[in-house]
Write a protein that binds this ligand. Structure first.
Ligand code: VNL
Length: 393
């Protein structure tokens, strides 16, 4: 009896131990958590909504399991405030033990978290913010959005080829705006053109009217504009209120100003505006048609370039996990991401192995009516454009 009991008990302990070894730690590893930090409220909430919808759509379409791991998306609202982004990132790392940090709706929010990504060796997927230097803030940053210089040189080239000799520039006064201002000026000047007036407008509560009056008086051939996603409506309203749509001053911009979330509501005054950017919901490819149909069904709005940054960011995470067979070591994951290439709804893209930044087509587009709605209709392509700032280094 005693020996039989002892045997049974020993066996039970052994079995328990084996279960703990096999089941315990394995169970803890079965879920891979992605902390998605976005401005879901405040002036840049449209960016958060677009990226969240795209990330959820990706998981719904591809399944919530990858390389044998269950994927859990944890979405947090940082209201677009850097201190909040940093605090949330810390909590996600320490309490939730996320394997990825992702999102980053604006440049200052990405800057606030970069040191934490480095310290914790956690891959940080920048899906929106677009100042060139962001990827240099941590070796764990990989970007699926774009950079302002990358999308700006194309419009400067287009302008130079289309009779623009004198231009004025208007940009939001922070990282991406300063990048756009410089890229446009350098490129137009190199092509023999001239920037005759520049202004930087505050990011928060912008008032464009005083500068637009100056533009109206100076009558340059063109006005080049960068404002972040969502702000373009307000800009266009003031542009029209000043009568600039009828002044002969040609409006040119990056596609941030005419993003798919707002372009249709700008009205016919926006018709003919030329922009350069990496994504239009009107992009003609089977991958994009499928993406737009599924996104519109799920979110009830057109996807914009923020959505595509979120979609491709999730793709990058899934494919990296496949390459590591589900292992979540941050260094291994970032290595797996380097040099990866795939077909996005926006067209062919890749991650530059050296800079961890995205290489992609940049399209020249004109606002036109398609089936009664305004779209950025692509009419020419600069292929496989890297971030020109880092490529020049
Ligand atoms: C940024 C750049 C944000 C481009 C944007 O929209 C944008 C940024 C919110 O880097 O802060 O369209």
């Amino acid at each position: 009896m005693t020996s039989r009991f002892a045997f049974t008990r020993r066996a039970a302990i052994a079995l328990g131990g084996a279960l703990m070894l096999a089941g315990g730690p394995a169970l803890a590893q079965e879920t891979v958590k992605i902390g998605l930090i976005l401005p879901m409220t405040g002036p840049f909430a449209s960016t958060g909504r677009q990226i969240e919808a795209a990330a959820k759509l990706y998981i719904a379409e591809k399944g919530a399991t990858v390389a044998g791991k269950k994927v859990e998306l944890i979405v947090k609202d940082d209201t677009g405030t850097p201190d909040v982004t940093r605090r949330i990132a810390q909590e996600l790392l320490v309490n939730d033990k996320v394997s990825f940090l992702a999102g980053f709706g604006l440049t200052p929010l990405a800057f606030a978290v970069a040191p934490l990504a480095t310290q914790s060796k956690t891959p940080m997927i920048v899906m929106a913010a677009a100042t060139s230097s962001i990827t240099e803030q941590s070796p764990f940053i990989v970007r699926t959005s774009f950079t302002l210089p990358q999308v700006t040189i194309g419009i400067a080239d287009w302008a130079a080829k289309n009779g623009v000799k004198k231009a004025m520039t208007l940009v939001s006064d922070y990282g991406p705006g300063i990048d756009a201002e410089k890229a446009f000026k350098d490129r137009l000047t190199a092509a023999g053109g001239e920037v005759t007036g520049e202004v930087r407008i505050p990011l928060r509560n912008p008032d464009f009217a005083p500068f637009l009056q100056r533009v109206s008086d100076a009558k340059p051939d063109a006005l080049f504009v960068f404002v972040p996603s969502g702000v373009g409506s307000q800009f266009m309203k003031q542009f029209v209120e000043r009568g600039l749509d009828k002044s002969g001053v040609r409006l040119i911009a990056t596609g941030d100003v005419t993003d798919d979330d707002i372009v249709d509501s700008m009205g016919d005054v926006a018709l003919g505006t030329i922009t350069t950017h990496h994504y239009s919901a009107n992009h003609n490819s089977p991958e994009n048609k499928a993406f737009v149909a599924a996104f519109t069904k799920a979110a009830n709005v057109r996807p914009n370039f923020m959505a595509v940054g979120g979609w491709d960011g999730m793709h990058l995470i899934y494919e990296a996990l496949k390459k590591t067979n589900g292992a979540t070591d941050g260094t291994a994951l970032v290595e797996a991401m380097k040099g990866m290439s795939w077909t996005s709804p926006r067209g062919p893209i890749s991650i530059d192995a050296k800079t961890r930044d995205i290489v992609q087509n940049v399209y020249v587009r004109k606002i036109e009516k398609v089936d009664g709605q305004l779209y950025n209709v692509e009419f020419s392509t600069f292929e496989a454009v890297p971030d020109p700032v880092k490529a020049g280094k």
